[in-house]
Design a protein around this ligand. Structure first.
Ligand SMILES: [Ca+2]
Ligand SMILES: [Ca+2]
Ligand SMILES: [Ca+2]
Ligand SMILES: [Ca+2]
Length: 334
């Protein structure tokens, strides 16, 4: 048979002329794999023959034909498609986990989907809000993918067919940096599940029985969210310089305030801004604000700082964990 070498020939640059026909045949074959085995409902027919010589020459007789209808095996696999924990943040919504669902049976089958989000082995329980059935592009888009409703649009797959499934979750606001939350997706054959070998009479594709395969006709896999969060701490201090070279807080003395913002954690914070009202009985020293030692103008302009006559504002923007920002400004005691 030519079948065996064909697969190897396809991957070589030089194709022997003798294999051209075989190669063409290989390319013309359906691309679908046949891991699921012979399609349910197929008939396997067999007839035996006997030949003999009874003195009147060789004769041949055939047996009766034996037809066997192939039953449907129910097998399914669920696999997480996320290569690692999916990063999330406290209070986040619409957080995505991706799975593949594969019909490993030999007949068309529908699958009921469900999730478990409190299975343990982690730090918190995500709240699953929706399951979506992908439209085939492998990318989640709420506008073009199908919102799953159990019992209403259970995915139906041909043998060896796979479908991408998306799970969306909300993350509690109380979770901490580094916390993990696991969600499992479960798919169960709608014809039935059970111990391998369990048979559902007449329920198979093509009229045969449906028989639970080695997977129990259900499958599940888990994905996980990992919280990447940051916290901000703010420390303020003051240094006084009096007009006499000392540090007494007397009228005429200058107070230099220092505010240190420290961001901790594996995540980052957005829109970090520091404000400070200039205290009563003092007068702000014009253009005295600094950020990281660099001067800031009082005008609301290109730099991060401004003074509006009442308070100092410094916009720091997005700051990653492990970084600090130091702001100073001066006032004079009236
Ligand atoms: Ca079926
Ligand atoms: Ca949990
Ligand atoms: Ca899609
Ligand atoms: Ca400014």
């Amino acid at each position: 048979m030519m079948n065996a070498p064909v697969g190897g020939v396809v991957h070589h640059y030089r194709i022997p002329a003798i294999s051209t026909f075989a190669l063409a045949c290989a390319l013309a074959l359906p691309t679908q794999a046949h891991a699921a085995g012979t399609r349910a409902g197929s008939t396997i027919s067999n007839t035996a023959s006997a030949s003999f010589d009874n003195g009147a020459g060789t004769q041949t007789i055939d047996s009766n034909k034996v037809d066997l209808r192939v039953d449907e095996l129910l097998d399914v696999a669920v696999d997480s498609s996320d290569p690692a924990d999916v990063a999330t943040t406290p209070g986040a919504t619409g957080q995505l986990l991706t799975f593949s669902l594969t019909n490993n049976g030999n007949g068309q089958e529908g699958f009921a989907l469900s999730t478990v989000a409190n299975g343990g082995g982690d730090n918190f329980d995500p709240t699953v809000t929706q399951i979506y059935l992908d439209n085939g592009d492998g990318v989640f888009d709420a506008g073009t993918d199908t919102l799953y409703t159990a019992g209403a649009n259970d995915p139906v797959l041909d043998p060896d067919q796979s479908r991408t499934i998306f799970i969306l979750s909300t993350i509690a606001g109380s979770v901490a940096d580094g916390d993990r939350g696991i969600v499992s997706l479960i798919a169960a054959s709608k014809t039935g599940t059970g111990a391998p070998g369990t048979s559902f009479a007449g329920a198979g594709e093509g009229g045969g029985d449906a028989v639970v395969g080695s997977t129990g006709a259900d499958g599940q896999d888990s994905g996980a969210y990992a919280v990447s969060a940051a916290t901000v701490s703010l420390v303020k201090s003051a240094v006084v310089a009096d007009p006499f070279g000392g540090s007494e807080p007397v009228p005429g003395a200058t107070i230099t305030y220092t505010i240190v913002a420290t961001v901790a954690g594996s995540g980052s914070v957005n829109g970090l801004a520091i404000t400070d009202n200039v205290p009563a009985d003092t007068s702000y020293v014009a253009n005295s604000a600094t950020l990281g030692g660099a001067a800031l103008t009082d005008a609301a302009d290109g730099d991060a700082g401004s003074y509006d006559g009442t308070r100092i504002s410094v916009a720091l923007g997005t700051i990653a964990g492990g970084q600090t920002r130091t702001v100073t400004f001066q006032t004079k005691i009236d």
